[in-house]
Design a protein around this ligand. Structure first.
Ligand code: RP5
Length: 169
């Protein structure tokens, strides 16, 4: 063993989805987390096809070091809400748009939670914002991550200013 033991951080965010068909939408959340070097795990967990696996995952997530869960699903999108019912962790729901109804079904399935069981729902297909929101939640108790979020926001501001400047020429 080397003199310095390399510390490898475990996943802080659980990024789960109801089907592998959700991945083309959900990978934007993975990319956002990777941009901030936030360690995360990815998994397919179906509320309807693997209900016990979903409950086991939700119940064990906090003890496994997960701090935020991002859950994406489409159609009768019960995964985020059911996961939120079985964990004390913050859950961010991503309505995945499917072929029918343009994702309105997914949105309403996720956003209309009963009082007492919150899910922070992002826009239809808004997986990037889900990743960024997870970063912000972690950053509330992580000064280094907060600093990175501040410079990310400055980057957004700079981008708009440059576009405006280009228009003025
Ligand atoms: C939902 O059913 C999944 O989240 C997915 O959006 C949708 C369709 O799943 P597949 O039939 O493509 O596996 O539970």
């Amino acid at each position: 063993m080397s003199e310095t033991t390399e510390f490898k951080a475990g996943p802080r965010v659980g990024l789960i989805m109801g089907s592998d068909s959700d991945w083309p939408t959900m990978q934007a959340a993975a990319e956002a987390l990777a941009e901030f070097d936030v360690p995360f795990e990815v998994g397919v967990i179906s509320a309807h096809r693997t209900p016990q696996r979903m409950l086991d995952y939700a119940a064990g997530a906090a003890d496994n070091g997960i701090e935020v869960i991002i859950a994406g699903a489409g159609g009768a999108a019960h995964l985020p809400g059911m996961v939120a019912s079985a964990t004390p962790l913050p859950v961010i729901g991503v309505p995945v748009p499917l072929r029918h109804l343009d994702g309105l079904d997914s949105l309403l399935s996720i956003v209309q939670m009963p009082a007492g069981v919150p899910v922070a729902t992002v826009s239809v297909g808004g997986a990037r914002n889900a990743g960024l929101l997870a970063v912000r939640i972690l950053a509330s108790s992580d000064a280094a991550l907060r600093e990175r979020m501040v410079s990310f926001q400055k980057g957004l501001e700079q981008m708009v200013l440059e576009k405006d400047a280009a228009l003025q020429q």
